[in-house]
Design a protein around this ligand. Structure first.
Ligand code: HEC
Ligand code: HEC
Length: 396
């Protein structure tokens, strides 16, 4: 629209100029042989009547006309300017997203699958601290479909830059010695952001994960049922129903949530060996690989045997921490340091509940603010905290 107006104005201006030039040229031609007549400077001038009426009118009309064009065209152009600038930003963004998509498909999809998919698996050679071979394992790769609900952009950038120590996730960015430029990491982030799932789907996936986790627990506790699909399903449904009124059981299912590569739960970072099913390797490695001790500490610290009650005086304080996650260099609890790039995710909504004493969250990044949904509801946060503070993780 603005463009068309501009074109019309340009056409009028050019047309007007051509007509002016043509008249000038024709008038010039008439003057050939003018020396036969009285030279113009010696002719008697036009009468006052002629000057003050027709000429003046024509002059004034032309002036008014140009003024209207300037008065309308400039404001119109000015009105269109913000739209033009926005168009430019959108073009830049979609360009970044396109570049990011290519990089992602080349470098990340083999492990993570599609961004909005359920995650994946990757073969990995497990070494001990002295780089001695332990076993070939299949490592759970987290889905990135909701990664910006639990980490800020700068925290995701931290993972991309430095990778995750002792896991198949390598350092990709320059700061960690990886191959990507800052621009390439920006592009990948833009692409990941463009593919995040919406809050309603997030809720669905968390629930589906809870059911799958209950099914796993049923099978573990009742191996004799493994052939009887109906019985497994009945017991699973029963357990999920029971969890609706049993906060600690619900917390256990949330803690161990297997959905989307474990991204809605805690076990993948707080239970040693969870990501490669260590329990199934204890025997074959003659105990070189230890069992999965729930909450026993892996990438995140141990949450067992009084660790969390020493760290947080009340369940409320702990729920606030789990909701907000850690931030690089920000102390938490009684002695938490906030080391390592803020890698304890935020499980609650982006904007904290100040009335509940929540601290002002620094993670006010665009994605979070525009969705303000968390991986877990407040009820679920309370349940997972109740489980962490319950006897099952804290009895010797
Ligand atoms: C060799 C397989 C592999 C490749 C390739 C890979 N990743 Fe990962 N990535 C992983 C694994 C495994 C984890 C989880 C590590 C753990 O258990 O803590 C992970 C973790 C992550 C995380 C943290 C997610 C979270 O919620 O904890 C992000 C973000 C991530 N990867 C992004 C990427 C991007 C972007 C690329 C491409 C540049 C990429 N990864 C390439 C295997 C891979
Ligand atoms: C991506 C890995 C990761 C996941 C998933 C994760 N955590 Fe953490 N968690 C950490 C890290 C890392 C720390 C240490 C924080 C720091 O020093 O900044 C931590 C610290 C904690 C602490 C404080 C412990 C202490 O003694 O300092 C609690 C409590 C906790 N996590 C609970 C949870 C709960 C509940 C969940 C699941 C809802 C969860 N975590 C999921 C990585 C993770």
């Amino acid at each position: 629209m603005v463009r068309n107006v501009g074109l019309v104005i340009a056409a009028i201006a050019i047309g007007g100029f051509v007509i002016y030039w043509l008249f000038n040229w024709l008038a010039g031609r008439k003057e050939i042989g003018a020396e036969l007549h009285t030279p113009p400077n010696r002719r008697t001038g036009d009468s006052d009547e002629k000057l003050e009426t027709r000429r003046l009118d024509v002059g004034l009309a032309t002036g008014l006309f140009s003024l209207i064009i300037i008065g309308i065209a400039l404001p119109l152009y000015w009105l269109g300017e913000p739209g033009r600038q926005e168009g430019r930003i959108v073009r830049d963004d979609s360009h970044a997203v396109e570049q990011g998509r290519h990089l992602y498909e080349e470098r990340c999809a083999s492990c993570h699958g599609t961004v909005n998919g359920p995650g994946g698996q990757v073969n990995h050679v497990l070494l001990d601290n002295n780089s001695t071979y332990l076993a070939n394992v299949s490592w759970q790769v987290p889905s990135l479909s909701a990664v910006l609900y639990r980490f800020s952009e700068s925290e995701v950038r931290y993972v991309l830059d430095y990778g995750r120590p002792n896991t198949p996730m390598a350092a990709w960015g320059g700061p960690g010695g990886g191959p990507f430029t800052t621009q390439q990491v920006d592009d990948i982030l833009a692409y990941i952001e463009s593919e995040q799932i919406l809050p309603a789907e997030l809720r669905d996936r968390v629930s589906t994960g809870i059911i799958a986790t209950a099914r796993q627990k049923v099978l573990k506790e009742n191996p004799e049922l493994s052939e009887d699909i109906d019985a497994i399903e009945r017991a699973t449904t029963e357990m999920v129903e029971q969890a609706a009124t049993n906060q600690v059981l619900m917390g256990e299912l949330l803690f161990n949530n297997v959905g989307d590569g474990g991204v809605f739960g805690c076990a993948r970072c707080h239970t040693p060996g969870w990501s490669y099913k260590a329990d199934s390797l204890v025997e074959s490695t003659g105990g070189l690989i230890g069992p999965e001790i729930v909450g026993g500490g892996a990438f995140g610290p141990s949450l067992r045997n009084g660790a969390v009650t020493r760290q947080f005086d009340t369940a409320l304080e702990q729920a606030i921490f789990v909701g907000a996650g850690s931030e690089n260099g920000v102390k938490y609890g009684n002695f938490g340091q906030g080391d390592g790039g803020g890698q304890m995710p935020s499980f609650g909504k982006c904007v904290g509940d100040r009335d509940a004493g929540d601290r002002d969250r620094i993670k006010r990044h665009n994605f979070c603010l525009s969705h303000n949904a968390g991986i877990l509801t407040q009820e679920q946060l309370n349940a997972v905290v109740a489980y962490e503070r319950s006897e099952s993780l804290n009895s010797k």
